[in-house]
Design a binder for this molecule. Sequence first.
Ligand SMILES: [Zn+2]
Length: 161
Amino acid sequence: MKQCTKCGEWKEKAQFRETTQKYKGEVYVYLQSYCVSCGRIMVADYRKRNIDKVKQREKQYKIEHKEEIRIRQRSMRQGKKEILYAKAKEYRELHKDESHSRFKKWAENNKEYLRDKARKSNRVAARNYFYKMGVKYTPGLLDLKEKHIALMRGIKRLKEA
Ligand SMILES: [Zn+2]
């Protein structure tokens, strides 16, 4: 136990921050004389009284550590993204059968919509095919390619199922 010089309360040593001081070339580690909560109040108080100075220093820090800050923020974002991906994957795994049967039911009720969507998508893919090949196509040719794409996609679906 240690008594805080600010609030005067006796607190566990874990409630005091470690700090270092150099003395005759040696570095000494000791506990601060005030507790963590008093330290927080002191920092906030200092900030309030010296807001311009503090803001200026923060601005300076941002300029001097631009790259460092950017990297830190990016890795934080990356970390968050990974957590979200992992959670989404976990959810999918947990609800795999459920969402599959739900989709099946939905698809059963929206057959016409899905057929139309697939047809449109096949048509776009067929047009892209000719466009990429640089070939002029007739409506008959486009129709044929569309059927071909539908067939290939059907086979792929069967393989995946
Ligand atoms: Zn205190």
